[in-house]
Design a protein around this ligand. Structure first.
Ligand code: MSP
Length: 661
C-alpha cells in the first residue's frame, strides 16, 4: 500500500510563520510515521505563486513577479530543508509541468460540459482571492474573512458548474463520515453546501499573473482562478497531464486518463480557513475529472501568540526560524504537536514552551537516559544485557506493551497530542521502576543481577519510546538510538514494536545532555498589542458603541457562524407548561422524520394559538436540554428589549427545514 500526504501550498507573498510550520510539521510527522511502518510514502509541499495578490506584492516590492515569486518560494524551501522536512517533492505552481496539468484539467472539465462562459459581477477580496455575495460583506464593503476592503468586479468569466455537484457532495459526506477530520468540523461544510452552491467563476481577465487558458479553447485574455490552479497541484505533482514528476517520466503512466500512482491522497492537511476550498471545491473538481476523492481532509486550528491573533501590523508574528534558532526545531515540533489537540486553536507562549521542555523533555526523557547511562557505566562498564528482564520485570514489560499497542490508533486518528501523552507514560514507567527497585541499593546488597535487570528494562523502554517518538523528533531519537547501539528504521520498528523483542546484549554510549534546562526565555517577548490598527474596518468600529466594540474584539470566522445550524420550522402543536409562568411546549416541524420538541420561555408574550401553524427560526444543532423535566431539542430565535419579546420569523413562508444563513 502506498500513502500520499500533502500540506497546503503556501502563498509567496510573505515569509513562513508558525502556522505554516505547524501544518508542515504535522504532515512531516505523518509521512515519517508511515515510512517507519514500511509504507511507500509520497509527501508533497510547495508554494502557490499565481493570482492578483502575488502580482500586487511583487509590484510593491518593485520586482518582476516571477523574480519575486522565485525569491520567496526559495525562502520556504530553504527553511524546510534547514528543518529537515522530508518532502518528496516541492511543487511550485509556476512549474511548467504544473501549468500543463492545470490546462489539461480545464480542457477535460470543459469537454465534459462542466465549464461555461458568462459574466461575473461581484465583490472580490484580493487578499483572500475570493468572491463574496453582498449579503456576506461587513458594512456592505468589507471582507467577512479578513476585514479588508473588497472591490466590485464585473468581468467576463468561465464558470465551473459547482451547483451540479451539491447532491453528490452531500452524498459523499454522508457516506464518508471521516472525510473531514476532526469530524466536528464537518458540520460547517455540510451546512454550507446545504445552503446552496453557486457556480464558481474560474477564470479572470483583470490581471495576467496566472496559468493561461489552454490553446484549444483559445480565449487568451483569461487566466485561471488561483484556487483552481492551486488545488490541482495535488495531482499535477503526480504527473497529471504530463506523465512527469520532477521533470522525469514516471513508470506506470501517470497521465490524466490513467491511474496515478499514490492517488487518491490519504490526507490533505489544511488550516480551518481553507477547509471549504478543500472539502467543497476540490472534490467537485475531482468528480468532474472522474478521479477518486482524497480519503481525508485534516483541518487544524489557528495559532495565536500569547493569546493574541498574529498579524504583521501588530508585529507579533512568530517566526519559526527564530524559535528554532533559539530552542531547537525538534523541541518546537514536540511542543506544537503536544500542546494542541488537532483541530483546535492553539496558543504559542514561551512560558508554556519552556515548561514543556523542562518538565517533559528534560526531566522525564533526558534525565532517564542520563541515569541509565550513568548506572550502566558504574555497574557494568556500559554493557547492558536483557537476559534477566522478563524474570524481574514482567509487570513493567506488560504495561509497556499495552501502551505501545495503543499508540498507532492515536496518530492514525490525527490525535498527535494524545499519542505523545500516552507515549510519555513509558517514561513514567521507566522513572517509576528505578524509584521502586533502587538498583544502587541492590548493588550494595550484592544483588547485581536484579540491579542490571532494572537498568536493562529501562534501556528497553527507552529504545521503544525512541522508535515511536522518531516521527516527531527524528534527530534526537537517532542520538538516543545511537547511545543504545541500534538504528531506527522499519526493521527495528518491526522487531521492537510489533514483535516486542528486547534489545540484545549491547554497549551503551555516553551522549551530551539532549535537553538542557531553560531558565529564562530565549527570545524577546511579543510587543504588547496596540488597541487600534489602521484597517478601514477597525477605524469604522471606533465610532461604534462600547457594546459593538466588544463584539468586534471577539470577531468570529464565517465558518464558526456556520457551525450553528439555523433552520426554518413550522409550529405544529403548542401548549402551556402547567405551573410554569414562562414556558410553552412546542412541537416543531423541521423537515425531519419526527417533530422536534422545543420548550421556550415565551409564555408571557405569546399564547399557544398565536403560534400554531406559524413559522419560527430554530437553532437546530443544540445539545438537547431538560427544562422542568421536559426535553427541549432546539431554541427559537427572538429579540427582546424593554418593550418585550418578539420571535424572529421568515418574511415569507418557507419549506420546513430550510437552512438559514
Ligand atoms: N495558498 C493557499 C493554500 C492553497 S492549497 C491548495 C493558502 N496559503 S497561505 O500561505 O495563506 O496559508 C497556508 C496555510 O497556513 C493554511 O493552511 C492556513 O490555515 C495556515 N495558517 C495561516 N495562518 C495560520 C495561523 N495563525 N495558525 C495556523 N495556521 C495558519 O491559504
Amino acid at each position: 500500500m502506498s500513502k500520499y500526504i500533502t500540506t497546503p501550498i503556501y502563498y509567496v507573498n510573505g515569509e513562513a510563520h508558525i502556522g505554516h510550520a505547524y501544518t508542515t510539521f504535522i504532515a512531516d510527522t505523518m509521512a515519517r510515521y508511515e515510512r517507519l511502518k514500511g509504507e511507500d510514502t509520497f509527501f508533497l509541499t510547495g508554494t502557490d505563486e499565481h493570482g492578483q495578490k502575488i502580482e500586487e506584492s511583487a509590484k510593491k516590492a518593485g520586482k518582476p513577479t516571477q523574480e519575486f515569486a522565485d525569491e520567496i518560494s526559495a525562502t520556504f524551501k530553504n527553511l524546510w530543508d534547514e528543518f529537515g522536512i522530508s518532502y518528496d517533492k516541492f511543487i511550485r505552481t509556476t512549474d511548467e509541468e504544473h501549468k500543463k496539468g492545470v490546462q489539461k484539467a480545464f480542457e477535460v472539465m470543459y469537454a465534459k460540459g462542466d465549464i461555461y462562459k458568462d459574466f461575473y459581477e461581484g465583490h472580490y477580496c484580493v487578499s483572500c482571492e475570493t468572491f463574496f455575495p453582498e449579503t456576506q460583506l461587513i458594512d456592505s464593503e468589507f471582507c467577512p474573512d479578513c476585514g479588508r476592503t473588497t472591490s466590485v468586479v464585473k468581468e467576463e468569466s468561465y464558470f465551473f458548474r459547482l451547483s451540479n455537484y451539491e447532491e453528490k457532495l452531500l452524498e459523499h459526506y454522508a457516506n464518508h463520515p471521516d472525510f473531514i477530520m476532526p469530524r466536528s468540523r464537518a458540520n460547517e461544510v455540510v451546512n454550507f453546501v446545504k445552503g446552496g452552491l453557486r457556480d464558481l467563476s474560474v477564470t479572470r481577465t483583470s490581471f495576467s499573473w496566472g496559468v493561461k487558458m489552454p490553446q484549444s479553447i483559445g480565449d487568451d485574455k483569461h487566466v485561471m482562478y488561483v484556487w483552481l490552479d492551486a488545488l490541482l497541484n495535488y495531482i499535477t505533482a503526480l504527473g497529471y497531464g504530463t506523465d512527469k514528476v520532477n521533470g522525469e517520466a514516471r513508470e506506470g503512466a501517470l497521465g490524466y486518463d490513467a491511474k496515478m500512482n499514490y492517488w487518491p491522497a490519504d490526507i490533505h492537511f489544511v488550516g480551518k480557513d481553507i477547509l471549504r476550498f478543500h472539502a467543497i471545491y476540490w472534490p467537485a473538481f475531482l468528480m468532474s475529472l472522474d478521479l477518486p476523492l482524497p480519503k481525508h481532509i485534516g483541518a487544524h486550528g489557528w495559532w495565536t501568540r500569547d493569546g493574541e491573533k498574529m498579524s504583521k501590523s501588530k508585529g507579533n508574528v512568530v517566526s519559526p526560524k527564530e524559535v528554532a534558532d533559539a530552542y531547537g526545531v525538534e523541541n518546537l515540533r514536540y511542543f506544537m504537536l503536544r500542546e494542541v489537540p488537532f483541530g483546535q486553536d492553539g496558543d504559542f507562549s514561551q512560558r508554556a514552551f519552556i515548561d514543556r521542555i523542562n518538565s517533559e523533555l528534560s526531566n522525564d526523557l533526558g534525565n532517564l537516559l542520563n541515569r541509565i547511562i550513568g548506572m550502566s557505566g558504574k555497574y557494568s562498564d556500559f554493557e547492558i544485557d536483557s537476559v534477566d528482564v522478563e524474570k524481574y520485570h514482567s509487570k513493567e514489560i506488560g504495561q509497556m506493551n499495552l501502551i505501545l499497542d495503543s499508540l498507532d490508533a492515536f496518530l492514525e486518528n490525527l490525535q498527535p497530542h494524545r499519542y505523545l501523552e500516552e507515549l510519555w507514560k513509558l517514561f513514567a514507567i521507566g522513572n517509576g521502576v528505578i524509584q521502586e527497585y533502587e538498583p544502587w541499593v541492590k548493588i550494595k546488597n550484592g544483588q547485581k543481577d536484579e540491579a542490571l535487570a532494572t537498568v536493562a528494562v529501562v534501556a528497553n523502554i527507552l529504545s521503544k519510546a525512541a522508535v515511536m517518538l522518531h516521527p516527531v523528533m527524528p534527530n534526537t531519537t537517532n542520538i538516543i538510538a545511537d547511545a543504545l547501539s541500534f538504528e531506527i528504521n522499519t526493521a527495528s520498528y518491526q522487531e521492537l514494536i510489533l514483535e516486542k523483542k528486547l534489545l540484545k546484549l549491547f554497549n551503551i554510549k555516553k551522549v551530551p545532555p539532549l535537553f538542557p534546562r531553560i531558565e529564562e526565555p530565549l527570545m524577546q517577548e511579543a510587543p504588547k498589542a496596540e488597541p487600534v490598527t489602521a484597517t478601514k474596518k477597525e477605524q469604522s468600529s471606533k465610532k461604534q458603541t462600547k457594546e459593538t466594540k466588544k463584539e468586534n474584539d471577539n470577531l468570529i470566522e464565517i465558518g464558526q457562524f456556520f457551525e450553528t445550524s439555523l433552520k426554518v420550522g413550522t409550529v405544529v402543536e403548542a401548549e402551556e407548561v402547567p405551573k410554569s409562568k414562562k414556558l410553552l411546549k412546542l412541537q416543531v416541524d423541521l423537515g425531519e422524520e419526527n417533530l422536534r420538541q422545543v420548550v421556550a420561555g415565551i409564555k408571557e408574550f405569546y399564547s399557544p394559538d398565536d403560534l400554531i401553524n406559524t413559522q419560527v427560526c430554530v437553532v437546530a444543532n443544540l445539545k438537547p436540554a431538560k427544562l422542568m423535566g421536559m426535553i427541549s431539542e432546539g431554541m427559537l430565535l427572538a429579540a427582546k428589549d424593554e418593550d418585550g419579546l418578539c420571535l424572529i420569523r421568515p418574511e415569507k413562508p418557507k419549506k420546513a427545514g430550510t437552512p438559514i444563513g
